[in-house]
Design a protein around this ligand. Structure first.
Ligand code: TRP
Length: 336
């Protein structure tokens, strides 16, 4: 049976961190056996907000290397760079004729960006969802693993597909946002302020590129409190976050011990020692990240192999993309 096609893109605008790992990359790794996967680095998208390209090449190489180090197998999936697939840009052009200025201006992410960078409200920013739709549609994907903040973009992609099919004939499949719902692990920032995200407080974010010492330092600084007031309390979210991380990287026994200590604790009798818990978590986290960091560094250091991998990914991506583009050109009537 033909496997369903999955597409997802990662913007190369920061270092990948534990939030990306547990929220996205680990799911990509899981999907690679069950779906026909196309994962790419969205470097064109990054130009809408980061016009300075001096660090871009490095960032693109790092994202590719880190994804492989986390377990993506470039033999199983197409792992590529967006700008290596010019078919996307041509499809973007056709889709732009089907996207209305009004709906683009109403997009939540666009309104956010206008607030954040009022000095650079460029047309690429306005049509960001159109480019994203082109990324998905060019591979005729039906499933798109994305976070909540990207669901509106997927809805727009479906609208563009509907309009295309209505105007030119039924050629493109509808793509749907796809996340693992309750299985999806959300990682909070270690200072307790919202989700662990790319650019904010770096001391509260653990990056896959962090060395052992930084990992230890960051975890030891993580927010805690004096402990629960009564036995079997509900954990405050910043404490729950430490337990969530521990559940992922420590042994089941270790997790069970600290969890039991927490549940046995009350105001007059604090059994749980957050200092000890963080020390243990720091060691286990360092051990968890070390092989990923080292493998990613090796891949980045071997430029010949990296270039070969990137070229191989582009070839796979373009094979399917050019089929789609032919279907699209035929449907629109651009076949002379
Ligand atoms: N916009 C996505 C983000 O910021 C990245 C992205 C670009 C993407 N193109 C895509 C995700 C296509 C899924 C499919 O996270």
């Amino acid at each position: 049976m033909q496997k369903e096609v999955v597409v997802s893109g990662i913007r190369p605008t920061g270092f990948l961190h534990l939030g990306n790992y547990f929220g996205a990359m680990r799911n990509y790794v899981r999907m690679q056996n069950d779906y026909d996967c196309y994962f790419f680095v969205a470097n064109w998208h990054s130009l809408t907000t980061h016009p300075d390209t001096s660090e871009l090449k490095n960032a693109v190489h790092r994202v590719i290397a880190e994804n492989i180090a986390c377990g993506l197998d470039p033999e199983k999936v197409a792992l590529y760079v967006q700008s290596d697939v010019p078919e996307i840009a041509e499809l973007y052009l056709y889709l732009n004729m089907l996207a209305y200025k009004g709906e683009l201006e109403k997009t939540a992410t666009f309104k956010d960006k206008v607030r954040l960078q009022p000095e650079n409200v460029n047309a690429g920013l306005l049509t960001y969802p159109v480019l994203m739709a082109a990324d998905v549609i060019i591979q005729r994907a039906v499933k798109v693993p994305v976070g909540k903040d990207q669901e509106q973009h997927l809805e727009m992609a479906r609208n563009f597909v509907d309009r295309f099919n209505h105007r030119y004939g039924d050629v493109l499949p509808l793509p749907y946002a796809f996340n693992y719902g309750s299985e999806l692990i959300r990682i909070m920032s270690l200072d307790g302020n919202g989700k662990m995200s790319k650019s904010e407080n770096q001391m509260a974010t653990i990056y896959l590129a962090d060395d052992d010492e930084s990992i230890r330092k960051k975890i030891m600084k993580a927010k805690t409190d004096q402990g629960p007031a009564e036995p079997n309390s509900v954990k405050p979210d910043y404490i729950q976050n430490l337990f969530t991380l521990m559940e992922q990287v420590s042994s089941a026994d270790t997790y069970a011990k600290f969890n039991a200590d927490f549940n046995a604790s009350s105001a007059g009798n604090c059994v749980i020692r957050y200092g000890d818990m963080k020390k243990q978590l720091a060691e286990d986290m360092a051990q968890f990240i070390r092989p990923i960091r080292e493998k990613a560094a090796d891949i980045q250091a071997n430029k010949d192999q990296l270039h070969r991998l990137i070229a191989q990914g582009a070839e796979k991506a373009r094979a399917r993309a050019s089929e789609t583009l032919k279907m699209v050109r035929d449907a629109v009537g651009l076949n002379y």
